[in-house]
Design a protein around this ligand. Structure first.
Ligand SMILES: Nc1ncnc2c1ncn2[C@@H]1O[C@H](COP(=O)(O)OP(=O)(O)OP(=O)(O)O)[C@@H](O)[C@H]1O
Ligand SMILES: [Mg+2]
Length: 255
């Protein structure tokens, strides 16, 4: 897997509205994620995490600086990206199965593979029996799990994940994190994950980037997690020690 992320000197201003003046959301942000690396951005609410992912995914094109996906060191617009938002964003007029099929169709996965992929992912996220339900017939957590199935079913090269588990109950969230790591360990995709949960960040990542709250947010600290063995376990005391360190660093830049 040779797809990487390069964000260089990225600045983002939101224009003034009738309610207020313009807002510098991101200031000279630099982030690199190497092929197959799992990097998490940790930062308080409003520090610009979603803004950063929106720019990187191509949803927001109004910025200064660089935000690129590279393949073998060359900028590409053809990488298969899955973007999992903070909220499910399912198409309400389509069933769970049909939402997943829609995403597979969009990235050109042959229709002969759709049924197998749907069955696999619906089962993995624990939605067996709900494939033909519409989003409004599901709970919020079930909708988010359907969105997770949709993201993984396209076999992405890059995963952009914006607090994907924050709406889930803790037991389901734990299961989904374990599942994510099992998948990632079997087939190392390049992941940029966003959260404000420090333990989740430690449990999942190779590296944590801490973002300072704006105006003018930027990455102000980095924690490498090479000392934590993989596969990760929730009962590993070293994780809790590391979480303490991460929390202290976070508080230094937030308070
Ligand atoms: N469309 C917009 N117009 C104006 N300001 C915006 C817009 N979107 C975001 N902002 C501002 O940019 C800043 C960063 O917002 P963003 O959604 O990226 O934060 P976040 O770190 O993802 O927060 P959270 O953890 O709560 O999701 C906030 O101050 C927000 O008010
Ligand atoms: Mg956000």
């Amino acid at each position: 897997m040779s797809v990487s992320i390069r964000i260089e000197d990225l600045c983002k201003d939101f224009p003034a509205t009738s309610h207020g003046s313009s807002w510098r959301a991101l200031e000279h942000v630099n982030v690199s994620v190497e092929p197959g690396e799992f990097v998490t951005i940790l930062g308080p609410s409003g520090c610009g995490k979603s803004t950063l992912l929106n720019v990187l995914s191509g949803l927001d094109t109004d910025f200064q600086g660089g935000a690129a996906i590279e393949r073998d060191g060359q900028r590409t617009k053809k990488a298969r990206i899955a973007y999992l938002f903070q909220e499910p964003r399912l198409l309400p007029w389509r069933t769970v199965r049909s939402n997943i099929e829609f995403a597979m169709d969009a990235v050109g996965i042959p229709s002969s593979e759709w049924a197998g992929r749907c069955t696999k992912w619906i089962e993995l996220v624990g939605l067996n029996g709900f494939a033909d339900f519409y989003p409004l017939q599901l709970s919020g957590g079930m909708q988010q799990r359907a969105a997770i199935a949709r993201a993984f079913a396209v076999d992405p090269e890059i995963l952009l994940m914006d607090e994907p588990f924050s709406a889930l109950d803790e037991l389901t969230a734990r299961r989904m994190r374990q599942e994510l790591l099992t998948l990632w360990e079997a087939n190392r995709r390049t992941v940029l994950f966003v959260t404000h949960n420090s333990l989740e960040a430690v449990y999942l990542s190779d590296r944590i980037l801490i973002m300072k709250k704006g105006p003018g947010s930027y990455v102000c600290d980095e924690v490498k997690l090479d000392h934590l063995a993989r596969p990760r376990r929730y009962d590993d005391p070293a994780q809790y020690e590391t979480q303490k360190d991460v929390l202290q660093r976070l508080m230094k830049f937030v308070s």
